[in-house]
Design a binder for this molecule. Sequence first.
Ligand code: BDR
Ligand code: CA
Length: 308
Amino acid sequence: MKKVLIDCDPGIDDALALALVAGSPSLDVVGITTVGGNVDLELTTANALALREFLGLGEVPVTPGSGGALLHRTVRAGHVHGATGLGDAVLPVPERGPSPGHAVDFIVEALRADPGEITLVAVGPLTNLALAVRKEPRVVEWARELVIMGGSYTRGNHSPAAEFNMLADPEAAAIVFGAGWTVRMLGLDVTLTAVATSDVLERMRPLGRLADRLLVPAARSYGVVTAEGGPAIHDACAVAYVLEPSLFTCVPAVVNVETAGAYTRGMTVTDFNLRDRRANALLATALDVKGFWELVLGAYEGLAARLG
Ligand code: BDR
Ligand code: CA
């Protein structure tokens, strides 16, 4: 069993990533923390609570965190994820509320209590993680690994140069990349190949309630469609990396996050030429797309059988 703590901003692809988590018996979820990102914190938290119950994640604590970026204006992606953040998916109203306290404290205390065991998976803006690093720098030693969906060495999506999670809080991203750990970075370079094509949607369709209430309406209403004719399920790549790193080709690099550029704010400036420097990132450069979907759809099938 691998212990994971998921920091997220659900978000359609966050929801599909949480479904992958819930369908993966080899993962032990120690907690879900939320951050304002795709939509406001109140909505990302409400969505995480609804997903916890709908996906059968039991007693996993859901702890809300930061509502906005450390320094600058708030950036949202409601045009991609819809007004609620889950597109056309409407989940049953959850019975239980969030845990008391703040996500940053939850992250610090979870890692302190179990050093070397918990993999942090961050699929939203990095505000909570940056604050955790600032509050307790030893989280960097205590985390087993940090895996993020964010950035890119080739292109942006929310701006020509920047990926959404980076642009939503570039200062936080700069703190996280500069903290001393090796960030496992699943950027747009690979996540844009994780496309839910019409063939993939056909395989989701028979999966009962899971498909009818979540997978299909959410995927179909995703606001950005790739050239392959479907949405890219970015955040599921981070979970897939934790489950099966061999699906990804990875290269060490030095990544710096641009915080000042008029056109390049939020860009993950990537140097593959290490010279005498330590790599602060292990960057995914290619994904075995077929293997990815076998993993994801297999997990969804198992989950659907359990949920009925
Ligand atoms: C990332 O931005 C968000 O809109 C998605 O949930 C994903 O985490 C992709 O750029
Ligand atoms: Ca996300």
